[in-house]
Design a protein around this ligand. Structure first.
Ligand code: HEM
Length: 433
């Protein structure tokens, strides 16, 4: 397994600090259209062909993406990367949402082309065309003189607000795409919620993610604006098996198998044709009240989840891979009826249709105003139907004992766009053209 650093997680940018640099800096403001010039620079000087060649030569994902440590998946494909493949232990991520400020459908289309060009370059490696000695460098240089390929995974989604009256897309809205509601026990804060566009950048190293975000925001400035952002990480294996969350429990053990993704995760059926290859993304930013948690005795902690903390095994079993046995425990003597795993997935035929694909990351963003540690989970779930899957699970969990130790404060619902198929394709092409 590759050695990974585990140090740099945790910094964040509050939305209030992210949007007004030019107004405050006294520097000339970057015009709405400047992202177009960047787009041209990226693909100039033979860049497109070179980048495309590099994309296609990258290693493909491993055969069993839900369980194996996947190689960084290829950029081009019918589906976007970052969903079917579980990011390896030790991965870093930036989860971010943007407000689109493009003026019209034409500018939105330009934005999507630019975003695609940048993501393609950043995922596959290479530099944009030089702008000459009088211009700023074409790349920030954070990753050195050459941007290495095969290290970054980018995943792009769109929110329900993109389908309002600004861009004439109302009739094309994915049928189940709504604005995330407030659930019981939520503490949602508007600056941490929703957005027109979601972008997740994942890599082994934090600087790879930071560099990608920097290049993307520079190239798209004037057309989209960061709304909220959270850095996250997946722990290394401690000591083996599934990585752990910040309550010390293995998190991400029970997920649908890859063979089930076609009927549980990727959309089909009653949807606009352009959505083929996409899926619904639910993001929940959930603070974990670790000071309180650390005062709870181990038996109560394990009963809250229904699994042993050390091994990850269900309380009815010995290993993390064992299925929990509810059939022989109808009264919850072994795994309480209120345990997180039992409520989330009772493993009955009635609830089978609500299974979701979870791809959570931990976050650590320092301390709050009163000196408590500000840690939690970037909960990410994928499904073909948010109401029947995520919302059904969320509803079953609404009074679980764990709610006293967690506080959801942000996130949103997004539709993950179909993949970028080749060097001529771009994010949302079938939607916009
Ligand atoms: C900070 C909040 C949360 C924490 C700390 C947490 C932690 C865990 C842990 C430790 C497990 C057991 C290991 C595993 O199978 O991955 C688990 C399972 C699961 N969680 Fe969560 N979870 C959280 C929020 C949620 C939310 C919001 C949902 C959905 C609404 C959810 C749905 C599930 C599901 C479906 C399972 C698998 C159950 C199974 O199939 O046996 N969790 N979670």
């Amino acid at each position: 397994m590759t050695e990974r650093r585990d140090d740099t997680h945790g910094s964040h940018t509050h939305p209030a600090h992210s949007a007004t640099d030019d107004a405050n800096s006294g520097r000339p403001s970057v015009g709405r259209r400047s992202f177009l010039r960047n787009a041209l620079a990226v693909t100039g000087a033979g860049g497109a062909a070179a980048v495309a060649a590099a994309c296609d030569s990258r290693p493909a994902a491993t055969a069993d993406p839900a369980t194996a440590e996947a190689a960084v998946p290829a950029f081009h494909g019918a589906r976007q990367a970052g969903i079917a493949e579980q990011a390896p232990p030790g991965s870093q991520t930036i989860m971010t949402s943007f407000d689109v400020i493009a003026a019209d459908r034409g500018e939105l289309t330009d934005l999507m082309r630019t975003l695609t060009d940048q993501a393609r370059r950043l995922c596959s490696g290479g530099l944009p065309a030089a702008v000459g000695i009088t211009g700023p460098p074409s790349d920030s240089g954070v990753l050195g003189p050459d941007v290495p390929g095969g290290e970054l995974t980018a995943t792009v989604g769109v929110g329900a607000t993109l389908f309002d009256d600004r861009f004439g897309l109302a009739t094309q809205r994915p049928t189940g795409l709504t604005t995330m509601p407030t659930f019981p026990n939520d503490n949602l804060q508007t600056p941490w919620c929703h957005g027109d566009l979601s972008l997740q950048l994942t890599a082994a190293d934090a600087d790879t993610c930071v560099h990608a975000l920097r290049e993307i925001t520079r190239a798209t400035r004037g057309a989209m604006q960061p709304r909220w952002r959270m850095n996250g990480f997946i722990s290394p294996r401690r000591p083996q098996g599934t990585p752990r969350n910040l309550f010390g429990f293995k998190d991400g053990i029970a997920n649908p198998a890859p063979a089930e993704f076609d009927h549980r995760i990727w959309v089909a059926g009653n949807e606009p044709a352009w959505t083929a290859g996409g899926t619904y993304q639910v993001v929940r930013l959930i603070r974990m009240l670790v000071e309180f948690w650390d005062r709870v005795d181990i038996l109560e902690q394990e009963n809250m989840f229904g699994r042993a903390r050390d091994t990850g095994a269900p309380l009815s079993g010995n290993q993390e891979t064992d299925d929990p046995d509810y059939t022989n425990d109808p009264e919850g003597m072994v795994i309480p009826l209120t345990a997180h795993i039992r409520l989330a997935n009772p493993r009955t035929s009635d609830t089978d249709g609500s299974r979701i694909l979870r791809r959570a990351f931990n976050y650590d963003r320092g301390t709050d105003a009163v000196g408590n540690l500000d840690q939690g989970l970037i909960f990410l779930a994928y499904q073909r139907d948010v109401r029947d899957q995520f919302e059904a699970v969320q509803h079953r969990l609404k009074d679980e004992p764990l709610v006293d130790y967690i506080s959801p404060f942000g996130g949103g619902y997004f539709f993950i766009l179909p993949g970028v198929r080749d060097e001529k394709d771009f994010y949302g092409r079938a939607l916009l053209t």
